[in-house]
Ligand binder design. Structure first.
Ligand code: UDP
Ligand code: MG
Length: 311
């Protein structure tokens, strides 16, 4: 009995009171009996009674634990907390809305037994996923891959299995705005993937709004690459060159022709245009500067207000 391997399951929850019990029942149906389990629910500052439900499950099932944050710290930090506190030989994380089908867990474990240390899943698009979400997620991967130094595969989800070795390596990361998908890929180890069809969320609403996704994309790019900074140098050079040509032309008109200067419209336009570009570039620099500022404080990724992991 004692030589069974232990699998940790990490489930981030933010206002999931409607789906949790359903999720838990579905999850436990698909866990192979040949392992020991530790199921960790991470309550990410919910305000709809999610914590009470989790505590209830935890009190009734000895292999279920909870971690509760002092406020909402975001999905990535909830996952990070789970990985930081697991004790299993491997850890699997999945969403609590059943969009990550627990039926896949046996397959993930099989890959792990085959010797893979980092098994991720790839979503194949499903009709029930809105066109908007499909398009934005595709655009997201295109953009991040183009601009950043780590290549992410299209449709990779935060549903994965990590071997103890990878989990331990991950503990060393304390960067704010941690972008797990890219960090885990950056870590290396023996990686493989399996594909799945995403379903519709069983209850509640998606917590990723367009605004969230946009800032996710921005931090995904700026956390992994300084290419956008270089981009501003190229753009700056191009426009300096264009401005030089235009200046020569203006000089030519002034010296060799009688034509009056063509008025201030063109001047105004170029001033505005260059001004706009300046602001864009300042924005890019500001984004990195802001990152340095935040990182420099070395604040923790999350604050735990209560947990029964030591029970
Ligand atoms: N989540 C979280 N903190 C947040 C937002 C989301 O822990 O600030 C959890 C949420 O409860 C769910 C998972 O992260 O288990 C994915 O969120 P969601 O289903 O809203 O995202 P989507 O599937 O729409 O991308
Ligand atoms: Mg979801």
């Amino acid at each position: 009995m004692n030589n069974l391997k232990k699998v940790s399951i990490i489930v981030p929850c933010y206002n999931e009171s409607e789906s949790l019990l359903l999720f838990y029942n579905e999850l436990t149906k698909h866990l192979p009996e040949t392992y020991l389990y530790e199921i960790i629910f991470v309550n990410d500052g919910s305000d709809d009674g999610t914590l009470e439900i989790i505590k209830n499950i935890s009190n009734n099932h000895s292999q279920v634990y909870y971690i509760s944050f002092s406020r909402n710290f975001g999905h990535q930090n909830a996952l990070k907390a789970g990985f930081d506190l697991t004790s299993g030989d491997c850890a699997i994380c999945l969403d609590s809305d059943l969009q990550h089908p627990p039926q896949l867990i046996p397959e993930l474990l099989k890959k792990w037994e085959e010797g893979f240390e980092s098994v991720f899943t790839k979503r194949i698009d499903h009709d029930s996923i809105s066109t908007f979400k499909k398009i934005t997620s595709k655009a997201f991967y295109r953009l991040t891959n183009h601009l950043s130094d780590v290549q992410l595969e299209v449709g990779v989800a935060d549903f994965r299995l990590l071997d103890r070795k990878v989990v331990d390596a991950l503990k060393n990361f304390s960067e704010n705005e941690i972008f797990l998908r890219a960090v885990i890929q950056w870590l290396g180890f023996k990686q493989t993937f399996i594909e799945y069809k995403a379903g519709e969320r069983i209850a509640g609403v998606s917590k990723y709004t367009f605004k969230n996704m946009f800032s996710f994309a921005l931090s995904g790019i700026t956390a992994f690459s300084v290419k956008p900074l270089r981009f501003s140098i190229y753009l700056g050079l191009i426009f300096a060159f264009l401005a030089f040509i235009y200046g020569m032309y203006a000089l030519y008109v002034f010296i060799f022709t009688d034509a009056a200067m063509p008025g201030w419209t063109s001047i105004l336009m170029s001033v505005l245009f260059i001004g706009g570009l300046n602001l864009l570039m300042l924005g890019i620099i500001g984004e990195y500067l802001g990152k340095l500022f935040i990182e420099n404080k070395k604040r923790p990724n999350y604050i735990i207000s209560e947990t029964d992991l030591l029970k």
